[in-house]
Design a binder for this molecule. Structure first.
Ligand code: FMN
Ligand code: ADP
Length: 301
Protein backbone atom coordinates (compact mmCIF):
# COMPACT_ATOMS: atom_id res chain seq x y z
CA UNK A 1 0.00 0.00 0.00
CA UNK A 2 1.35 3.39 -0.98
CA UNK A 3 1.46 6.03 1.77
CA UNK A 4 -0.50 9.28 1.77
CA UNK A 5 2.47 11.65 1.40
CA UNK A 6 2.40 14.07 -1.53
CA UNK A 7 4.30 12.88 -4.56
CA UNK A 8 5.89 13.67 -7.90
CA UNK A 9 4.70 11.01 -10.35
CA UNK A 10 5.71 9.78 -13.79
CA UNK A 11 3.66 7.31 -15.80
CA UNK A 12 4.56 4.75 -18.45
CA UNK A 13 5.07 1.18 -19.58
CA UNK A 14 8.86 1.51 -19.26
CA UNK A 15 9.54 -1.81 -21.03
CA UNK A 16 13.30 -2.37 -20.87
CA UNK A 17 13.87 0.61 -18.58
CA UNK A 18 16.19 2.02 -21.26
CA UNK A 19 18.35 5.17 -21.18
CA UNK A 20 15.39 7.35 -22.18
CA UNK A 21 13.30 5.94 -19.32
CA UNK A 22 16.24 6.33 -16.93
CA UNK A 23 16.58 9.99 -17.87
CA UNK A 24 12.91 10.61 -17.02
CA UNK A 25 13.21 8.72 -13.74
CA UNK A 26 16.31 10.76 -12.84
CA UNK A 27 14.39 13.95 -13.52
CA UNK A 28 11.54 12.62 -11.35
CA UNK A 29 13.82 11.83 -8.41
CA UNK A 30 15.59 15.20 -8.65
CA UNK A 31 12.33 17.11 -8.89
CA UNK A 32 10.94 15.29 -5.82
CA UNK A 33 14.10 16.09 -3.88
CA UNK A 34 13.93 19.78 -4.85
CA UNK A 35 10.31 20.01 -3.80
CA UNK A 36 10.72 17.97 -0.63
CA UNK A 37 8.24 15.38 -1.97
CA UNK A 38 8.41 11.65 -2.59
CA UNK A 39 8.87 10.18 -6.08
CA UNK A 40 6.63 7.53 -7.62
CA UNK A 41 6.61 5.64 -10.92
CA UNK A 42 3.20 4.46 -12.09
CA UNK A 43 3.30 1.56 -14.49
CA UNK A 44 0.77 -0.95 -15.77
CA UNK A 45 0.63 -4.69 -16.21
CA UNK A 46 -0.35 -6.63 -18.29
CA UNK A 47 0.64 -4.54 -21.31
CA UNK A 48 -2.46 -2.80 -22.74
CA UNK A 49 -1.96 -4.71 -26.01
CA UNK A 50 -2.19 -8.03 -24.12
CA UNK A 51 -5.57 -7.00 -22.73
CA UNK A 52 -7.24 -4.91 -25.41
CA UNK A 53 -6.11 -6.67 -28.58
CA UNK A 54 -5.58 -10.06 -26.87
CA UNK A 55 -2.21 -10.11 -28.56
CA UNK A 56 -0.76 -13.48 -27.65
CA UNK A 57 2.50 -13.07 -29.53
CA UNK A 58 3.48 -9.86 -27.79
CA UNK A 59 7.12 -9.83 -26.75
CA UNK A 60 8.47 -7.61 -24.00
CA UNK A 61 12.07 -6.83 -23.09
CA UNK A 62 11.39 -7.39 -19.39
CA UNK A 63 9.10 -9.62 -17.38
CA UNK A 64 7.10 -7.63 -14.84
CA UNK A 65 9.38 -8.92 -12.05
CA UNK A 66 12.48 -7.74 -13.92
CA UNK A 67 10.84 -4.37 -14.61
CA UNK A 68 10.02 -3.92 -10.93
CA UNK A 69 13.53 -4.77 -9.85
CA UNK A 70 15.18 -2.42 -12.34
CA UNK A 71 12.86 0.51 -11.61
CA UNK A 72 13.32 0.12 -7.85
CA UNK A 73 17.11 0.08 -8.33
CA UNK A 74 16.99 3.60 -9.86
CA UNK A 75 16.33 5.28 -6.53
CA UNK A 76 12.58 6.06 -6.79
CA UNK A 77 10.69 6.01 -3.51
CA UNK A 78 7.63 4.16 -4.83
CA UNK A 79 6.66 1.91 -7.68
CA UNK A 80 2.98 1.36 -8.33
CA UNK A 81 2.12 -1.47 -10.74
CA UNK A 82 -1.53 -0.92 -11.51
CA UNK A 83 -3.37 -3.90 -13.04
CA UNK A 84 -4.36 -3.01 -16.57
CA UNK A 85 -7.73 -4.67 -16.95
CA UNK A 86 -10.62 -4.15 -19.42
CA UNK A 87 -12.44 -2.39 -16.61
CA UNK A 88 -9.52 -0.08 -15.93
CA UNK A 89 -9.27 0.75 -19.65
CA UNK A 90 -12.86 1.96 -19.58
CA UNK A 91 -12.28 4.61 -16.89
CA UNK A 92 -12.78 8.10 -18.30
CA UNK A 93 -9.81 10.43 -18.18
CA UNK A 94 -11.32 12.25 -15.22
CA UNK A 95 -12.08 9.05 -13.27
CA UNK A 96 -8.53 7.84 -13.85
CA UNK A 97 -7.00 11.14 -12.71
CA UNK A 98 -9.18 11.31 -9.63
CA UNK A 99 -8.90 7.66 -8.55
CA UNK A 100 -5.28 6.92 -9.34
CA UNK A 101 -3.27 10.11 -9.56
CA UNK A 102 -5.07 12.16 -6.93
CA UNK A 103 -6.55 9.70 -4.39
CA UNK A 104 -4.12 6.81 -4.62
CA UNK A 105 -0.84 8.58 -5.38
CA UNK A 106 -1.43 12.06 -3.94
CA UNK A 107 0.18 13.61 -7.01
CA UNK A 108 1.36 17.20 -6.57
CA UNK A 109 3.34 17.10 -9.79
CA UNK A 110 3.25 14.87 -12.88
CA UNK A 111 6.25 14.61 -15.21
CA UNK A 112 5.11 13.28 -18.56
CA UNK A 113 6.08 12.98 -22.24
CA UNK A 114 4.55 15.48 -24.70
CA UNK A 115 2.70 12.67 -26.51
CA UNK A 116 1.26 10.86 -23.48
CA UNK A 117 -2.42 9.90 -23.87
CA UNK A 118 -4.75 8.47 -21.25
CA UNK A 119 -8.33 7.64 -20.30
CA UNK A 120 -10.93 5.60 -22.20
CA UNK A 121 -9.86 5.17 -25.85
CA UNK A 122 -6.76 7.20 -24.98
CA UNK A 123 -8.72 10.32 -25.84
CA UNK A 124 -7.13 12.74 -23.37
CA UNK A 125 -3.75 14.39 -23.94
CA UNK A 126 -1.23 16.56 -22.12
CA UNK A 127 -3.36 19.70 -22.44
CA UNK A 128 -6.24 17.88 -20.73
CA UNK A 129 -3.82 16.73 -18.04
CA UNK A 130 -2.74 20.35 -17.46
CA UNK A 131 -6.40 21.40 -17.15
CA UNK A 132 -7.07 18.59 -14.64
CA UNK A 133 -3.94 19.72 -12.80
CA UNK A 134 -5.52 23.13 -12.22
CA UNK A 135 -8.72 21.49 -11.01
CA UNK A 136 -7.09 18.94 -8.67
CA UNK A 137 -4.04 20.92 -7.60
CA UNK A 138 -1.07 19.29 -9.33
CA UNK A 139 1.58 20.74 -11.61
CA UNK A 140 2.43 19.19 -14.99
CA UNK A 141 5.97 19.15 -16.36
CA UNK A 142 6.15 18.21 -20.02
CA UNK A 143 9.07 16.31 -21.52
CA UNK A 144 9.38 17.93 -24.93
CA UNK A 145 9.65 16.16 -28.28
CA UNK A 146 13.15 17.58 -28.54
CA UNK A 147 14.16 15.94 -25.24
CA UNK A 148 12.70 12.63 -26.40
CA UNK A 149 14.30 12.81 -29.87
CA UNK A 150 17.66 13.68 -28.40
CA UNK A 151 17.86 10.28 -26.71
CA UNK A 152 16.66 8.57 -29.94
CA UNK A 153 15.94 5.31 -28.16
CA UNK A 154 12.75 3.29 -28.02
CA UNK A 155 11.63 -0.07 -26.65
CA UNK A 156 10.71 -1.05 -30.23
CA UNK A 157 14.25 -0.36 -31.51
CA UNK A 158 15.66 -2.50 -28.69
CA UNK A 159 13.25 -5.36 -29.46
CA UNK A 160 14.28 -5.31 -33.12
CA UNK A 161 18.00 -5.22 -32.20
CA UNK A 162 17.59 -8.27 -29.91
CA UNK A 163 15.64 -10.18 -32.56
CA UNK A 164 18.37 -9.43 -35.11
CA UNK A 165 21.14 -10.47 -32.71
CA UNK A 166 22.51 -6.93 -32.37
CA UNK A 167 23.11 -7.29 -28.63
CA UNK A 168 25.65 -4.49 -28.60
CA UNK A 169 23.09 -1.98 -29.82
CA UNK A 170 20.41 -3.31 -27.45
CA UNK A 171 22.72 -3.08 -24.43
CA UNK A 172 23.84 0.43 -25.40
CA UNK A 173 20.21 1.57 -25.63
CA UNK A 174 19.29 -0.22 -22.39
CA UNK A 175 22.18 1.38 -20.54
CA UNK A 176 22.63 -2.04 -18.92
CA UNK A 177 22.87 -5.68 -19.97
CA UNK A 178 19.80 -7.46 -21.31
CA UNK A 179 18.82 -10.22 -18.92
CA UNK A 180 16.98 -13.51 -18.85
CA UNK A 181 15.46 -14.80 -15.62
CA UNK A 182 14.23 -18.34 -15.03
CA UNK A 183 14.73 -21.65 -13.31
CA UNK A 184 17.30 -24.33 -14.13
CA UNK A 185 15.65 -27.54 -15.32
CA UNK A 186 16.82 -30.89 -16.63
CA UNK A 187 17.74 -31.11 -20.32
CA UNK A 188 18.56 -34.09 -22.50
CA UNK A 189 21.49 -35.00 -20.24
CA UNK A 190 24.02 -34.91 -23.11
CA UNK A 191 26.03 -31.87 -22.00
CA UNK A 192 28.23 -33.58 -19.44
CA UNK A 193 29.14 -36.24 -22.01
CA UNK A 194 30.31 -33.52 -24.40
CA UNK A 195 32.57 -32.10 -21.70
CA UNK A 196 30.37 -29.05 -21.37
CA UNK A 197 27.54 -29.43 -18.85
CA UNK A 198 24.87 -26.87 -19.63
CA UNK A 199 22.29 -25.45 -17.27
CA UNK A 200 18.93 -25.23 -19.10
CA UNK A 201 16.96 -22.07 -18.30
CA UNK A 202 13.17 -22.31 -18.25
CA UNK A 203 11.36 -18.99 -18.50
CA UNK A 204 7.74 -19.08 -17.32
CA UNK A 205 6.57 -15.82 -18.89
CA UNK A 206 5.51 -16.56 -22.46
CA UNK A 207 5.66 -12.85 -23.34
CA UNK A 208 9.40 -12.51 -22.60
CA UNK A 209 11.43 -11.71 -25.71
CA UNK A 210 14.21 -14.21 -26.37
CA UNK A 211 17.08 -12.83 -28.49
CA UNK A 212 18.09 -14.33 -31.84
CA UNK A 213 19.33 -17.92 -31.72
CA UNK A 214 23.07 -18.27 -31.31
CA UNK A 215 25.94 -18.29 -28.86
CA UNK A 216 26.53 -15.50 -26.32
CA UNK A 217 28.98 -14.63 -23.53
CA UNK A 218 27.00 -14.26 -20.30
CA UNK A 219 27.36 -13.46 -16.62
CA UNK A 220 25.34 -14.40 -13.57
CA UNK A 221 25.45 -14.54 -9.79
CA UNK A 222 25.31 -18.02 -8.34
CA UNK A 223 25.24 -18.25 -4.55
CA UNK A 224 26.37 -14.59 -4.43
CA UNK A 225 29.39 -15.18 -6.62
CA UNK A 226 29.95 -13.68 -10.04
CA UNK A 227 30.24 -16.41 -12.70
CA UNK A 228 30.78 -16.08 -16.42
CA UNK A 229 29.69 -18.53 -19.04
CA UNK A 230 28.68 -19.19 -22.65
CA UNK A 231 25.06 -19.58 -23.59
CA UNK A 232 23.42 -21.21 -26.59
CA UNK A 233 19.92 -20.25 -27.63
CA UNK A 234 18.39 -22.56 -30.21
CA UNK A 235 17.30 -26.01 -31.27
CA UNK A 236 20.60 -27.95 -30.95
CA UNK A 237 20.29 -29.18 -34.59
CA UNK A 238 23.50 -31.25 -34.39
CA UNK A 239 21.93 -33.61 -31.86
CA UNK A 240 18.51 -33.49 -33.49
CA UNK A 241 16.83 -31.20 -30.97
CA UNK A 242 13.21 -30.27 -31.60
CA UNK A 243 12.49 -27.67 -28.93
CA UNK A 244 14.08 -24.30 -28.34
CA UNK A 245 16.41 -24.28 -25.36
CA UNK A 246 18.43 -21.64 -23.52
CA UNK A 247 21.46 -23.34 -22.04
CA UNK A 248 24.60 -22.08 -20.39
CA UNK A 249 27.93 -23.66 -19.63
CA UNK A 250 29.43 -21.74 -16.71
CA UNK A 251 33.22 -21.50 -16.48
CA UNK A 252 35.05 -22.83 -13.41
CA UNK A 253 31.90 -24.11 -11.80
CA UNK A 254 30.89 -27.57 -10.71
CA UNK A 255 27.58 -27.35 -8.96
CA UNK A 256 24.18 -28.95 -9.10
CA UNK A 257 22.03 -26.08 -10.39
CA UNK A 258 18.69 -27.89 -10.83
CA UNK A 259 15.82 -25.90 -9.37
CA UNK A 260 17.86 -22.72 -8.91
CA UNK A 261 16.43 -19.38 -10.00
CA UNK A 262 18.97 -17.41 -12.03
CA UNK A 263 19.17 -14.03 -13.68
CA UNK A 264 21.61 -14.22 -16.55
CA UNK A 265 23.03 -11.07 -18.12
CA UNK A 266 23.92 -11.23 -21.80
CA UNK A 267 27.22 -9.52 -22.61
CA UNK A 268 28.31 -10.35 -26.17
CA UNK A 269 27.08 -12.27 -29.19
CA UNK A 270 29.60 -14.83 -30.47
CA UNK A 271 28.05 -16.58 -33.50
CA UNK A 272 24.99 -18.20 -35.07
CA UNK A 273 23.86 -21.66 -33.99
CA UNK A 274 24.94 -24.26 -36.59
CA UNK A 275 24.20 -27.82 -37.59
CA UNK A 276 27.57 -29.56 -37.46
CA UNK A 277 28.50 -32.80 -39.26
CA UNK A 278 28.79 -34.55 -35.94
CA UNK A 279 29.42 -34.27 -32.23
CA UNK A 280 33.23 -34.00 -32.69
CA UNK A 281 32.83 -30.81 -34.73
CA UNK A 282 30.34 -29.45 -32.20
CA UNK A 283 32.82 -30.03 -29.36
CA UNK A 284 35.56 -28.27 -31.38
CA UNK A 285 33.23 -25.30 -31.93
CA UNK A 286 32.39 -25.16 -28.23
CA UNK A 287 36.10 -25.15 -27.37
CA UNK A 288 36.55 -22.20 -29.73
CA UNK A 289 33.54 -20.45 -28.17
CA UNK A 290 35.13 -20.93 -24.77
CA UNK A 291 38.43 -19.45 -25.96
CA UNK A 292 36.63 -16.47 -27.48
CA UNK A 293 34.52 -15.96 -24.34
CA UNK A 294 37.46 -16.16 -21.93
CA UNK A 295 39.38 -13.61 -24.05
CA UNK A 296 36.39 -11.31 -24.05
CA UNK A 297 35.91 -11.63 -20.29
CA UNK A 298 39.61 -10.87 -19.70
CA UNK A 299 39.25 -7.67 -21.72
CA UNK A 300 36.22 -6.36 -19.83
CA UNK A 301 37.39 -7.31 -16.33
C1 FMN B 1 28.46 -22.42 -26.12
C2 FMN B 1 27.56 -23.45 -26.76
C3 FMN B 1 27.45 -23.46 -28.15
C4 FMN B 1 26.62 -24.39 -28.79
N1 FMN B 1 26.52 -24.37 -30.15
C5 FMN B 1 25.73 -25.26 -30.77
C6 FMN B 1 25.59 -25.26 -32.20
O1 FMN B 1 26.13 -24.41 -32.91
N2 FMN B 1 24.83 -26.21 -32.76
C7 FMN B 1 24.18 -27.16 -32.03
O2 FMN B 1 23.54 -28.02 -32.61
N3 FMN B 1 24.24 -27.16 -30.69
C8 FMN B 1 25.01 -26.25 -30.04
N4 FMN B 1 25.10 -26.26 -28.66
C9 FMN B 1 24.18 -27.14 -27.91
C10 FMN B 1 24.68 -28.54 -27.65
O3 FMN B 1 24.18 -29.32 -28.69
C11 FMN B 1 24.08 -28.91 -26.29
O4 FMN B 1 24.78 -28.25 -25.29
C12 FMN B 1 24.07 -30.38 -26.03
O5 FMN B 1 23.19 -30.97 -26.93
C13 FMN B 1 23.64 -30.70 -24.57
O6 FMN B 1 22.26 -30.51 -24.36
P1 FMN B 1 21.58 -30.80 -22.96
O7 FMN B 1 22.10 -29.78 -21.96
O8 FMN B 1 20.12 -30.65 -23.19
O9 FMN B 1 21.97 -32.18 -22.58
C14 FMN B 1 25.90 -25.33 -28.01
C15 FMN B 1 25.99 -25.28 -26.60
C16 FMN B 1 26.80 -24.36 -25.97
C17 FMN B 1 26.89 -24.35 -24.47
N1 ADP C 1 29.91 -25.54 -15.07
C1 ADP C 1 28.62 -25.88 -15.17
N2 ADP C 1 27.80 -25.18 -16.02
C2 ADP C 1 26.50 -25.56 -16.14
N3 ADP C 1 25.94 -26.55 -15.44
C3 ADP C 1 26.69 -27.27 -14.58
C4 ADP C 1 28.06 -26.95 -14.40
N4 ADP C 1 28.57 -27.82 -13.51
C5 ADP C 1 27.58 -28.63 -13.13
N5 ADP C 1 26.44 -28.32 -13.74
C6 ADP C 1 25.17 -29.06 -13.54
O1 ADP C 1 25.02 -29.96 -14.63
C7 ADP C 1 23.76 -29.80 -15.27
C8 ADP C 1 23.91 -29.92 -16.76
O2 ADP C 1 24.34 -31.19 -17.15
P1 ADP C 1 23.96 -31.79 -18.54
O3 ADP C 1 24.67 -33.08 -18.75
O4 ADP C 1 24.16 -30.73 -19.60
O5 ADP C 1 22.45 -32.16 -18.31
P2 ADP C 1 21.07 -31.46 -18.66
O6 ADP C 1 20.87 -31.75 -20.05
O7 ADP C 1 20.08 -32.13 -17.75
O8 ADP C 1 21.17 -30.00 -18.36
C9 ADP C 1 23.32 -28.38 -14.91
O9 ADP C 1 21.93 -28.19 -14.89
C10 ADP C 1 23.92 -28.20 -13.51
O10 ADP C 1 23.03 -28.71 -12.54
Amino acid sequence: MIDKKPKVVTIGTFDGVHIGHRKIIKRLVESAQNLGLESAVLTFFPHPRMVLQKELGIQLINTIEERKEIILSTGVDHLCVHPFTKEFSRLTAQEYIEQILVKKLQAKKVIIGYDHRFGRNRNADINDLKAYGKQYGFEVEEISKQDVDQVAVSSTKIRVALEEGDLEKANTYLGSQFLLTGTIVKGKGLGKGLGFPTANLKIEENYKLIPKNGVYVVKSFIDNEEVFGMMNIGYNPTVGGSTKTIETHFFNLNKDLYGKKLSIKMLKRVRDEKKFEGVEQLIDAMKKDQQFSLNYIRQIK
